[in-house]
Design a binder for this molecule. Structure first.
Ligand SMILES: [Zn+2]
Length: 187
């Protein structure tokens, strides 16, 4: 029947449309990871997925303020709503399709510096320092991975510490993920 066919196409459209997906997924490719460390990343990712889909995360991202204004520092000219949408869409600068998924490649390295992790604009890879990773809880790893992933969405921050840096997208939302992940974490 014709009406049925229309209904089916409408449903298929809804299912395939990313803005309607109630899932926030993650595809993590791990390079140079021993099994134990791999398990910690999986726990961190589970926490991230729970947090990002929570109404509280949405509220907090949208209501974030800097100097009395609803905005982030280094926001690329985007509103809080637009930043939230980029996250939910999983729309990275290098993989902009709205697949509702974090696409991340992680590599462990060891260095005595105070750098927790880093990445570059021209790569999907994120480097994580074992010096911190090994003593971090999955909640802290969730913060770190999400912080670095927000760089993949094109958000930056000052290199040196400053008070305003904490209001940048990677720091502010990374800390938020850590705070909310704490509520879901069972060691
Ligand atoms: Zn950063």
């Amino acid at each position: 029947m014709r009406t049925n066919r229309i209904l089916v196409s409408a449903l298929l459209f809804l299912i395939s449309s990313p803005s309607f997906s109630k899932v926030f997924d993650a595809q993590i490719n791990m390079v140079n990871f021993p099994q134990e460390q791999e398990a910690k990343v999986h726990k961190a990712i589970e926490l991230i997925k729970k947090v990002v889909l929570s109404p509280e995360f949405k509220d907090r991202v949208l209501s974030h303020t800097y100097e009395g204004k609803k905005a982030y520092v280094n926001n690329k000219g985007l509103t809080n709503e637009e930043i939230y949408q980029l996250i939910i869409d999983g729309s990275e600068t290098l993989q902009p399709e709205k697949n509702g998924r974090m696409d991340v490649e992680l590599e462990l390295y060891n260095n005595s510096s105070t750098t927790v992790g880093y990445t570059y604009p021209d790569t999907t890879r994120i480097w994580v320092n074992t010096k911190y990773f090994d003593r971090y809880t999955p909640v802290q790893v969730a913060d770190n991975i999400f912080h670095e992933w927000l760089h993949k969405l094109g958000f930056d921050h000052a290199l040196k510490y400053s008070q305003s840096r904490n209001y940048s997208v990677p720091y502010a939302i990374g800390y938020l993920v850590e705070e909310l992940a704490m509520k879901h974490y069972r060691p």
